[in-house]
Design a protein around this ligand. Structure first.
Ligand code: ADP
Ligand code: GLC
Length: 512
């Protein structure tokens, strides 16, 4: 089974959120299942700086976008092959892949991700000098939507699957932008790219993909409703037979409290006193009062509307009347950043907020906190609650999407059957957050029950084994039905596709 896995982020080469984690750990799990999986991502400046070595495989002629170099390397720490599309619009800009340093989207994002899709199209059609054609193209999020749309209209194409990691980001651009992209005019139709007079890259991908996966069963249901469908719920209802909810796994080696190199002390269920050392170290590192009694609430994440942080802010002064501390790491929306800094100033020594991206600190907050707060307005899957469960840090969550599927509220029945692992708020408002924190405190002050909650999370299986196998089953199903549908798919690929022409082979060069 040959799979081309196209994505705009891969940890540790480029990451703004969970997409990067999944784009590293899922392909790794599939590779271990014997899949010939190859990753493709843009070659961002930061990615090239982080990679130790690569080879130039060929030069791709992307028509009006000029040329891109196709680089080959490996996912760091693994044998999974990685291709990078090196074009100046990616390789000369540092920082966030979608936004400039002021947080505004790059004005040429439509061009950048269209040319990325064009280059991926050449890989998918075996036109990139690799002598390799995938049986399946697996796209992720809006950045790969145009790729799937281009492939759909080509009989030589392999079948495709898209995973929605977040329906809120759709890659919407206006008609004039579409006209300047040199895409086939027939993509401008409502069952392809056109959406209420604009172009919508995610919609194009959803229309084109044979199967639509998303990252939890609850989110798969939610996105078919107007409340969570971001304007695409009608289309998703129409495709409901093809919409699959598959909960994400995590990299259980990277997120393992027993071996995590970022921690002050490693621990397992047998020496939980070492977890307490991490709490002390975190209080010291973040300038919080050293206080073993206070319930330390951790938060890590992008500061966006999605994460429900405005509600935390509205409840915060009341929360801080309880015996708790708050340690937070994140960045994003400038107003939220400022409001959390103001909160820190109002509660010195009891609230600490670090702005920016810090991989090590994210691990230390998972380990050093007593509880992890994740009151997302919507959450396709969520990885942080899985990390916190594995680190013996019960999560307090809003019961939506993947949070609903992975966190089991603590009450008599779930304590009795041994499933309780956290706290689930059924609403998202100030009373709900106060309720969640109070419930957690009530159990936190009963050490025996607390230890049971921690043990449930720490012994659950969050690996990819089940979901990776399901992806593989779907690949097989798509590949076999595709062969029946289009016997021509085995024929050699066409010479050229409309806006791109055959690459020239470059002499292999290597960066050391
Ligand atoms: P989302 O993808 O919506 O941001 P997830 O919970 O799926 O949410 O994944 C977030 C990932 O990004 C986690 O690996 C988390 O640790 C990481 N992360 C988010 N913000 C930061 C930050 N400021 N510093 C370090 N890691 C972060
Ligand atoms: C998105 C979602 C998050 C999910 C991640 C990986 O960024 O917001 O819930 O865990 O993708 O699938």
């Amino acid at each position: 089974m040959r799979v081309l896995f196209a994505t705009s982020e891969i940890h540790p080469l480029m990451k703004t959120g969970g997409l990067a984690d999944v784009s590293a750990s899922l392909p790794q799990a599939l590779f271990e299942l014997g899949v010939d999986i190859r990753l493709v991502m843009p070659a961002y400046a930061d990615t090239l700086a982080r990679l130790k070595a690569w080879q130039v495989v060929s030069e791709l002629n992307l028509g009006l976008f000029g040329h891109a170099r196709l680089l080959q390397s490996h996912l760091p720490g693994s044998r999974v092959p990685l291709f990078l599309i090196e074009h100046p619009s990616f390789s000369t800009r540092t920082g966030n892949p979608y936004n400039d340093s002021t947080g505004h989207a790059w004005p040429d994002n439509a061009e950048r991700f269209t040319l990325f899709c064009r280059a991926c199209e050449m890989l998918a059609l075996n036109q990139a000098m690799l002598d390799w054609q995938p049986d399946i193209v697996h796209g992720n999020d809006w950045q790969t939507g145009i790729l799937l749309a281009l492939l759909r209209d080509n009989p030589q194409s392999p079948p495709s699957l898209i995973t929605i990691h977040n329906l809120a980001y759709q890659g919407v651009f206006n008609r004039a932008t579409f006209d300047a992209l040199g895409l086939p005019q027939n993509l401008w139709r409502s069952d392809a790219l056109e959406h209420w007079g604009d172009m919508n890259c995610l919609k194009a991908g959803l229309n084109a993909a044979r199967k639509i996966a998303t990252v939890s069963p609850s989110y798969a249901r939610e996105i078919q409703t107007p409340a969570f469908g971001n304007g695409l719920d009608g289309l998703l209802r129409q495709r409901h037979a093809d919409v699959l909810g598959m909960v994400n796994g995590i990299d259980i080696d990277e997120w393992n409290p027993a071996t995590d190199p970022h921690l002050a002390a490693n621990y397992t269920l047998d020496n939980m006193e070492h977890k307490a050392l991490n709490k002390l170290a975190l209080q010291r590192e973040m300038g919080l009062e050293i206080d073993t009694e206070a319930m330390l609430i951790g938060m890590v994440g992008r500061m966006t509307e999605q994460k429900g942080l405005d509600v935390v802010l509205a409840a915060a002064d009341q929360i801080m009347q309880r015996p708790v501390q708050l340690a937070m790491l994140g960045g994003g929306d400038a107003r939220l950043e400022a409001a959390f800094q103001a909160l820190m100033q109002r509660h010195p020594g009891r609230v600490s907020v670090r702005l920016g991206y810090d991989e090590g600190l994210a691990h230390r907050i998972e380990a050093g906190s007593d509880v992890f707060l994740m009151p997302s307005r919507f959450e396709p899957c969520g990885l942080n609650q899985l990390y916190s469960l594995r680190y013996g840090t019960p999560p307090i969550v809003h019961g939506v999407g993947g949070l609903n599927d992975t966190v089991i509220d603590t009450f008599e029945a779930t304590l009795a059957d041994g499933s309780a692992n956290g706290f689930v708020m059924r609403n998202l408002d100030v009373p709900a957050i106060l309720w969640g924190v109070s419930r957690a405190l009530e159990f936190f002050q009963q050490p025996k029950v607390w230890a049971t909650l921690q043990a449930v999370g720490m012994t659950q299986d969050f690996s990819w084994s089940a979901s990776a196998q399901r992806y593989l089953d779907i690949y097989h199903q798509l590949a076999s039905t595709h062969d029946e549908l289009t016997p021509a798919s085995k024929a050699p690929a066409p010479e050229t596709s409309p806006a791109v022409s055959r690459p020239t082979r470059s002499r292999a060069t290597r960066k050391t």
